[in-house]
Design a protein around this ligand. Structure first.
Ligand SMILES: [Mg+2]
Ligand SMILES: [Zn+2]
Length: 194
């Protein structure tokens, strides 16, 4: 995994939209461990399809400490990602690559969001740039990553959890540049700015 941080927001490469998983692509059930429970949130399929039609790479990053906690295995996480892809495919959409962090917070790994390990790996492996790129997520840690990398940062609070979401934005945490009511509205904002 690449070691370092860079706030080089001019990094050249393909434009990408990073999307969070739980609470953004699918409802956040807390430690989802059953592929049969995968649902895709409203506007996600159409939004991802639109991004890819406009030439964006779509990368999903997710903290999955449930693996280190022994609640499910990496193979289960992969099965869930396959299920998400299948659901998206029925609407002609697809995620280009999934990255997950299997560690617990106290392990201090370089990949757990808001750390940048998954993103630096994606940049290298997929040739991604930062200019014109964006991140869409339902929590402060997604917004923090966007700020560190110089991406357009869009918050889509999960419906019914708005108060919880905003309570996490203590004064020293970066704010989103745009708050969207749903995923499709977030995508429209990306496309207008692109
Ligand atoms: Mg989330
Ligand atoms: Zn990790």
């Amino acid at each position: 995994m690449p070691s370092l941080v860079g706030s080089d927001s001019t990094r050249p490469g393909r434009r990408v939209v990073y999307v969070d998983r739980d609470g953004t692509i699918n409802p956040d059930f807390h430690y989802l461990s059953d592929p049969d429970r995968v649902e895709i949130l409203e506007g996600v399929t159409a939004g991802i399809r639109a991004l890819r039609e406009r030439g964006f790479v779509v990368v999903c990053t997710t903290n999955q400490s449930g693996i280190a906690r022994g609640l499910y295995t990496a193979a289960t996480v992969e099965a869930i990602h396959e299920r998400i892809q299948r659901r998206l495919a029925s609407g002609a959409a697809q995620i280009d690559r999934f990255y997950f962090c299997p560690h617990r917070p106290e392990e201090g790994c370089p990949c757990r969001k808001p750390r940048l390990g998954m993103f630096l790996a994606a940049e290298q492996e997929l040739g991604l740039g930062r200019k014109g790129s964006a991140i869409i997520g339902d929590r402060w840690l997604d917004i923090s990553v966007g700020q560190q990398l110089g991406l357009l940062r869009i918050l889509v609070p999960e419906r019914g959890r708005e108060n919880e979401t905003w309570a996490e934005f203590s004064s020293d945490r970066p704010r989103p540049e745009f708050v969207a009511p749903d995923f499709l509205a977030a995508v429209r904002h990306v496309l207008e700015r692109a």
